[in-house]
Design a protein around this ligand. Structure first.
Ligand SMILES: Cc1cc2nc3c(=O)[nH]c(=O)nc-3n(C[C@H](O)[C@H](O)[C@H](O)COP(=O)(O)OP(=O)(O)OC[C@H]3O[C@@H](n4cnc5c(N)ncnc54)[C@H](O)[C@@H]3O)c2cc1C
Length: 319
């Protein structure tokens, strides 16, 4: 499969540090003078943001959860990022990498498309998401039934560990760094010891999120990158990914089926996937009406959906 190296360091990488235990820094007007901030400012080439507004801004990822960081570092170079990680490790402060602040570090597709290739994990936040964040979340997109998730498309990861170890995590047979070979050996031993437990308790779901890809510890074709994918920044900081690209299909077709009821559309999906589509999307009346109200989408909606949906409580939706 065609591969591409996607350096994540084309732009500064945002690093967010969380406290070892909850601290309400909003009340702490002296946080900007935190000793960690002083050291980071002295030694790191980048922005060091410990003020309440910045910590508030980085406390959220657009979900309902908010965890306020001790501070934020936006390194300008890869070396600066590694220096920040080292300083945080010495101070005993956990680090959480962040991606989406760096839109331009993402989308390799535009460049690859010239070569007839593209990166097919089309996460719906693609306009903002970064490859590092997508790998961290084991992201997937609407075409995952044909192209898989990040865990299927990341072939290797050059990463930095909390103890400063840097190297390439990929197929075990190709690992050269002794420290990473040692990790591969202990991962294999962990698999030997826990394989029954993993088989018994690891959920049999297509996509593992909120948990490590423990099934990827199996020695057959063992690839440490697969273990790092989905680790949500807890195992390593990814510097560079080697991705499996896909060929752009020569022909594309879109089929639109209208259903009188939501239930009928959901029921039809099991039959539609047998036709081998690369994506199946359900667009309900709420989405249609909302999209029609947005001028940029209105003409597209009108091309595939005529008339205006009206609700009939006894028969669902009809035109
Ligand atoms: C409206 C909305 C729609 C969404 N739709 C989808 C969807 O269709 N499919 C989907 O899979 N997800 C979806 N998500 C979740 C999320 O936005 C995506 O998974 C996205 O890919 C995350 O990328 P990011 O750059 O924003 O990463 P972030 O949110 O910054 O990070 C995601 C995780 O990766 C880690 N991380 C970031 N960079 C690195 C790095 N360099 N090294 C190591 N770890 C790193 C972070 O610590 C974090 O745990 C959606 C979220 C929202 C709010």
């Amino acid at each position: 499969m065609p591969q591409a190296d996607a350096g994540l360091h084309a732009d500064p990488v945002t690093t967010l540090m969380t406290a070892t235990r909850p601290i309400r820094f909003s009340q702490d007007r002296n946080a900007a003078a935190h000793p960690l901030a002083a050291r980071l400012r002295r030694e790191v080439d980048g922005e060091v943001l410990f003020d309440p507004a910045s910590r508030g801004r980085y406390a959220t990822d657009a979900s309902i959860y908010q965890i306020e960081p001790v501070g934020v570092v936006v390194p300008r170079t890869m070396e600066a990022a590694v220096t920040a990680l080292t300083i945080a490790a010495e101070a005993g402060v956990p680090v959480l990498p962040r991606g989406a602040a760096l839109p331009s570090a993402v989308r390799p597709s535009a460049r690859r498309k010239r070569h007839g290739l593209w990166f097919p994990v089309d996460v719906s936040t693609a306009a903002q998401a970064t490859l590092g964040g997508m790998a961290g979340n084991n992201s997937c997109g609407s075409r995952s039934i044909a192209y898989g998730y990040m865990v299927h498309r990341v072939a290797a990861i050059e990463a930095c560990l909390a103890d400063g170890t840097r190297g390439r995590f990929g197929p075990v047979a190709e690992i050269s760094e002794p420290a990473i070979r040692a990790i591969a050996r202990s991962a294999a031993a962990l698999w030997e010891r826990e394989r029954d437990e993993i088989a018994r308790r690891l959920p049999k779901v297509a996509r593992h999120v909120a948990g490590y890809n423990l099934d990827c510890l199996a020695p057959e074709g063992q690839n440490l990158a697969k273990l790092l994918v989905g680790s949500e920044g807890t195992l390593a900081w990814f510097e560079r990914l080697t991705l499996d690209l896909a060929e752009i299909p020569a022909h594309k077709a879109l089929g639109v089926a209208h259903f009188p009821r939501f239930w009928d559309a959901m029921d039809a999906a099991q039959h539609i996937v047998k036709l081998g589509p690369c994506a199946v999307e359900l667009v309900d009346r709420t989405m249609i009406d909302l999209s029609r109200a947005i001028p940029a989408f209105a003409s597209t909606i009108d091309r595939v959906r005529e008339g205006r949906a009206r609700r009939n409580p006894s028969r669902g939706i009809r035109r």
